[in-house]
Design a protein around this ligand. Structure first.
Ligand code: PR8
Length: 478
């Protein structure tokens, strides 16, 4: 059993905008386009999500740093491809007070050109590598496409970017695989389904040799790029003179990778698991995992409240984040409504009968099922968390798979895209043909599927009908 998902399914954009406001995630009324205010509840979710990615990165031997937000034009403009890709997206700082600056400064749109002049100072020998560092903070992009909270921001406030340097191309390739493994674990723990594609050359990160992207599918059938991993090869190290002495004693340019995620992860968490009642949070990143609501009954009021706090304490002892909602003037029904909207995975009610019989009434947010358990068996709540996680994950994966159509004809591809599907088809690998596909179906070629793809052997290109080389994914994107 699940609560209704009518509005969620049929009017997703409205549902999304409404829920981030009413659940207390963001205030969207900030008077600069594309910039939003994190509210306390949203901020707590954000903190748990960033803690999760930190935990995984630390486990993979990454160290955290924090670089300045301003980058001098002289550094920013060094790498030709990079500047070409970003020049129409940067905010400039031109003045200090009334004085015009000698060297203009950019508000970082990403931090390659901030990190790599420092890499040139830090890296001397092969023994200094691999160097694996990351930061979490704001970057600014003057986006000209329609801005949307959490999805297309002009200040990306939860930009996690990792930058690495290696003594060989092979080691950089290994790092690309490691980054993919890191993001897989991260999205799996958030129960967010994804596909992994190698972007076509015309859509790679400016300055990269190639780009691997994670895309998820939103309820409106459009895909959202939620993470990217770039192999930079020696493109930036040549520009920024990042050299090292290799084992043979020769000077060589370092090999580099970078990879990033953003607020879009939180957008996905909200979008993929919610329903018409609001959010449903994966227990691991829910600021409150169990909310306890006393159902007061005449003379038993104080005892019931006391029991609620006892239960809260016991839950906290076993590592569960719990909260007692003992607000006086609000009726239980209104409390239920509010915590459901906020997506708290488990609600515990304690009424007179529970009080007498030493039980608690447990209600799951995902299925809305209610069961009564003995108040001494609180460990069972952890099993319920595991079930909620599994249920959310299965449901999100089912939705994801439902939206994919396998197609071998270009007209059919166009039709599927119109019907809000994501298309998988075979492709010859030629750029010209790929761009023709994009024009014909009026959608983007997301790239070559790297995982879970079908063999292209003996298959024909969906467009030119020549021998196919790869299975690709095509979709309308955010
Ligand atoms: C890099 N350099 O920058 P990337 N709003 C929200 N999220 C966004 C936006 C936006 N306007 N633009 C991009 N993202 C590399 C890797 C350091 C780290 C998200 O790569 O330009 C997307 O999910 O691909 C994107 O995959 C991620 O930031 C990284 O940005």
């Amino acid at each position: 059993m699940h609560a209704k998902r009518e509005k969620w399914a049929n009017n997703f954009s409205e549902w999304f905008n409404e829920v981030i406001e009413t659940a207390g995630i963001l205030d969207v009324r900030y008077p600069v386009k594309g910039l939003y205010v994190w509210l306390p509840y949203g901020f707590k979710i954000r903190r748990l999500v960033t803690e999760l990615i930190r935990e995984i990165l630390y486990r993979y031997d990454h160290e955290e740093v924090l670089f300045p937000i301003l980058i001098p034009e002289t550094e920013f403009a060094k790498e030709a491809q990079h500047i070409k890709g970003f020049e129409d997206q940067v905010y400039w700082v031109t003045h200090g007070g009334l004085d015009e600056l000698n060297v203009k400064l950019v508000l970082r749109p990403t931090s390659e050109t901030a990190f790599y002049p420092m890499f040139a100072l830090w890296i001397r020998s092969h023994a200094d590598m691999p160097l694996k560092i990351f930061q979490i903070g704001s970057v600014f992009r003057y986006e000209t496409k329609h801005t949307r909270p959490l999805i297309r921001l002009r200040e990306i406030t939860t930009f996690k970017e990792a930058h690495t340097a290696h003594a060989s191309y092979e080691d950089a390739e290994r790092q690309v695989k490691e980054a993919i493994a890191i993001y897989k674990e991260f999205f799996d723990r958030l129960a967010i389904p994804y596909s992994i594609c190698r972007r076509p050359d015309w859509d790679k990160f400016p300055g990269a040799e190639y780009t691997v992207a994670f895309d998820t599918i939103f309820p409106d059938g459009r895909t959202l790029q939620i993470a990217t991993v770039h192999n930079l090869a020696q493109n930036f190290s040549k520009t920024f003179e990042i050299t090292f002495e290799n084992i043979k004693g020769e000077q060589e340019y370092a090999y580099q990778t970078c990879y990033g995620i953003s607020d879009r992860v939180i957008a996905s968490l909200i979008a993929l698991h919610g329903d018409d009642r609001g959010l449903i949070l994966v227990p691991e990143v829910s600021p409150i995992q169990v909310v306890i609501v006393p159902i007061w009954y005449k003379d038993k009021k104080e005892e019931i409240t006391e029991r609620c706090f006892e239960i809260k304490e016991k839950l906290e002892k076993i590592g569960i984040r719990a909260h007692v909602d003992d607000r006086e003037k609000i009726r239980p029904g209104a409390k239920f409504y509010e915590w459901e909207l906020k997506g708290i995975p488990v609600r515990i009610e304690i009424g007179p009968k529970d009080f007498e019989e030493n039980t608690i009434t447990v209600c799951r947010r995902d299925t809305l099922e209610k069961i009564r358990i003995n108040a001494d068996e609180l460990e069972k709540i952890k099993d319920i968390f595991a079930e909620i996680y599994k249920n959310l994950k299965n449901r999100a994966h089912e939705e994801f798979n439902k939206r994919i159509s396998f197609v071998d004809d270009i007209e059919e591809a166009k039709k599927c895209i119109k019907e809000k599907k994501v298309v998988r088809a075979f492709w010859c690998g030629e750029e010209e043909c790929g761009k023709e596909i994009e024009d014909k179906v009026e959608a983007s070629l997301l790239g070559i599927l790297l995982e879970g793809s079908r063999s292209a052997e003996g298959m024909k290109c969906v467009n030119c009908k020549k021998e196919a080389k790869y299975e690709i994914q095509i979709a309308r994107t955010y």
